[in-house]
Write a protein that binds this ligand. Structure first.
Ligand code: SF4
Length: 738
């Protein structure tokens, strides 16, 4: 067997670094950063080398499992699909389409076969009960941007290599390398910003790793971002610092914003924020008077009851200070494929809508075609028409990653039928009747569908598979088979033939008289590769199947794999062409958001809880699914409850001791870590832990299971606009365990 070198996009987090992977004798011998990679330029974090651990993990499933007499036993693919075909359609026939829910998790976005074929499964099921990790994390940002710019994925992000001031609120990009912002080697880019005389300012209830390298850090009470941001907008108007810059003629609603925030003065919000009014004014002054500046808000600004308002105000600030769509400000990428803001009519569109249906029990509005993950348990538990009786999960572990996981676990146990597409028998899939494992990421080819729409630089990269696949279906084929079964076509259907038929149908719809030529030109491809070739060729840099012969095709992007991918340049101003609002303008004052501001105003006088809890991101972890990998599991225990020395003293807690943390929802035990990095009155615990539950097969993770933060969180607490879960600033008590 010859030694080979491969170039692969890292699938472990949103940074999407380029990896150079060497294979000797069929085994991965080294994983390094790809110095030529146009996006990451050689950077990797410690997680990347764990890709080999993931591939080699003996706990990773290689064959389907079927639960028989309460035990999961290995099965053939034929047996597994036959079991699903035997049980799922009768259930649909008896109880209707809404009786089957589907839940999809974060790793899906790193497997383009799952991402591009999941919509077919959801459509085939015909259910409104679609849930995803988006409602635990990012929907507020997407909703705010959708209302302002007309599409869910039209999200401005800091033009970090040209900015002179980066204001980071509720985010820790030094640990994450960006979220809803793909920015590998954030540390290097922040250092370069400082080296050219720029400033990094962080606002966070914890002195995070990002704050530690920042020029200034300000504590803020968890959940108070909306008040700070509204006061900063108010300050802009009060001091006549508003300037719209190059986008001025494309902005609607400036006066409406001014009126809406009129009461949110720095003095009015200071106590609630835990910040001095002068500090708020000074932050605003610096933002308004720095020519190249950007505000970036992320997980902390989203995972709160005012998540959509806070996310919106971040970009209101960017717009009102002249930094929106301006070099060095908050700009938009132009992705090579799959981006809705590069397709259809330029400069106008239908915009976004929510609430086209509502959840049955809580009445939560649909957003992006999904219902809040926090509604799933009650939809299973509550009897009546359309009660959820069966569930299909795709790469998700909500028992550990969603609020009130213990309630979800009980609900899953009560289901009539559950199928999981997952590579692990974990805390969620242990409840499944059938588990269908995909291949290791090293056995799959890959193209990032979402992240080039959120990247610090425009690019196109495609990764062929590193290692040969096995004689079993790819994940896109698994989803297509499930879709066929859900439509009553049985377990024996030829999914490749189905894929061909569906592609031909779609080509006819999209290309009309040219469909035959497109089908012929892509006849050598199948599945997601074929979709990708079409998306690249019809995208903004594509060859349009002939008329632009220098344009991109999958073949060209594949050929660039060994030299770091295709660099499509730095971000360029895109307003007005990227707008998809009905008005063709930036809607700075969407009525839904203005109507929600009085809720924030009414909440302003609320007394802060004595002690609240927030999450924490660690560079060696990402949600729940990396704790079984030896490279990442070693070293100091990371699932600790961080709190300030003053809180520790008054609560008689000592370093390393075990403490009981309780909320209105649940109670957990966690190890105490005392640190002046915490704001007094705030405790931080990372989420995604709490392994070692019976029936799961994650042997390494079970050795150091950690505590499940989500067991403390109330699944009824949501941002009413987006349905996003409230994960930050939840009131707790804590006591030492002797
Ligand atoms: S930051 Fe680390 S885990 Fe994330 S893509 Fe880069 S190497 Fe992979």
């Amino acid at each position: 067997m010859t030694d080979t070198t491969h170039y692969r996009i890292c699938p472990l987090c949103e940074a999407c670094c380029g990896l150079e992977i060497k294979v000797k004798g069929g085994v991965v011998s080294s994983i390094k950063g790809d110095a030529q990679d146009v996006l990451s330029q050689g950077y990797i974090c410690p997680k990347a080398v764990a890709l080999k651990d993931l591939h080699d993990d003996p706990d990773r499933l290689r064959t389907p499992l079927i639960k028989r007499n309460g035990q999961h036993v290995a099965a053939t693919w034929e047996e597994a699909f036959a079991e699903i075909a035997r049980r799922l359609p009768p259930l649909q026939a008896q109880h209707g389409r809404q009786a089957v829910a589907v839940a999809v998790g974060n790793p899906t976005v790193h497997k383009y076969g799952l991402l591009t074929y999941f919509p077919r499964l959801a459509r085939a099921l015909g259910t409104r009960n679609v849930f995803s990790a988006s409602s635990l994390d990012q929907v507020p940002k997407q909703l705010a941007c959708g209302l302002m710019f007309g599409h869910w994925m039209t999200v401005p992000l800091p033009d970090i290599t040209r900015t002179q001031l980066l204001l980071v609120i509720g985010a820790n990009p030094l640990a994450s390398n960006g979220s809803m912002w793909t920015v590998p080697d954030f540390r290097g880019k922040a250092k370069a910003l400082q080296a050219r005389g720029g400033r990094l300012v962080v606002i966070d209830p914890r002195r995070t790793e990002t704050a530690a390298v920042a020029d200034a850090h300000h504590f803020i009470r968890p959940g108070a971002d909306v008040f700070l941001l509204a006061a900063m907008v108010n300050t802009l108007f009060a001091n006549q610092w508003v300037r719209l810059g190059a986008v001025a003629e494309w902005v609607n609603g400036v006066e409406a914003v001014q009126q809406a925030v009129a009461a949110f003065t720095p003095l009015a919000v200071a106590a609630r924020c835990g910040m001095a009014a002068d500090t708020i004014v000074e932050l605003t002054r610096e933002l308004a008077h720095t020519e190249r500046a950007a505000v970036y808000g992320r997980i902390g600004t989203c995972t709160q009851t005012f998540g959509t308002l806070a996310s919106w105000l971040v970009d209101v600030l960017n717009a009102l200070t002249g930094h929106l769509d301006a070099p060095g400000g908050a700009m938009f990428t132009k992705a090579a494929a799959f981006a809705s803001n590069t397709s259809g009519a330029s400069g106008t569109g239908r915009g976004v809508a929510t609430g086209r249906h509502r959840s049955r029990v809580s009445g939560a509005p649909e957003v992006m075609g999904e219902l809040p993950m926090t509604c799933l348990a009650e939809e299973i538990e509550s009897p009546g028409a359309d009660q959820v009786r069966a569930l299909i999960t795709v790469a998700t572990n909500p028992v550990l990653s969603a609020p009130n996981g213990p309630r979800l676990a009980k609900a899953f146990e009560s289901l009539d039928f559950m199928v999981s597409v997952d590579i692990y028998l974990n805390e969620t899939t242990r409840h499944a009747d059938v588990i269908l494992p995909g291949m290791s990421p090293l056995q799959d080819d890959h193209f990032d569908v979402s992240f080039p729409q959120l990247s610090w630089r425009n690019h196109a990269r495609y990764s062929p598979a590193v290692l040969p696949g096995e004689e079993r279906p790819f994940e896109w084929q698994i989803l297509l088979k499930l879709a066929a079964i859900a439509q009553g076509q049985g377990a024996d259907l030829d999914v490749n033939a189905l894929d061909d038929a569906q592609f031909a149908h779609e080509a006819q719809r999209q290309f009309g008289a040219r469909a035959g030529a497109v089908i012929a030109a892509t006849a050598h491809l199948r599945g997601p590769q074929r979709l990708l070739d079409v998306a690249l060729r019809t995208g903004p840099y594509g060859d349009a199947f002939g008329p632009k012969p220098d344009g991109l095709t999958l073949a060209k992007v594949t050929a660039a794999n060994a030299c770091g991918g295709v660099d499509l340049g730095e971000l360029q101003p895109r307003i007005p062409e990227l707008l998809r609002t009905p008005s063709g303008k930036i809607e700075l004052a969407p009525p839904q958001l203005l109507a929600d501001l009085p809720r924030a105003w009414a909440d302003l006088p609320s007394a802060a809880a004595d002690l609240v809890i927030i999450g924490r991101r660690d560079v060696r972890s990402n949600n729940s699914w990396m704790h079984n990998l030896p490279t990442l599991a070693k070293g100091p225990f990371r699932c600790t409850a961080l709190l300030h020395p003053a809180d520790a003293a008054r609560l008689q807690l000592v370093e390393g001791a075990l403490a009981r943390i309780s909320s209105g929802t649940g109670s957990i035990e966690a190890q105490v870590q005392i640190s002046t990095d915490m704001m007094p009155g705030v405790v931080s615990l990372p989420h995604g832990w709490g392994h070692g539950l019976p029936g799961a097969q994650l042997s390494l993770a079970a050795q150091r299971p950690g505590a499940n933060l989500n067991a403390l969180l109330d699944d009824q607490a949501r941002d009413p606009l987006s349905g996003n879960a409230v994960l930050s600033g939840v009131a707790i008590s804590i006591m030492a365990l002797t």
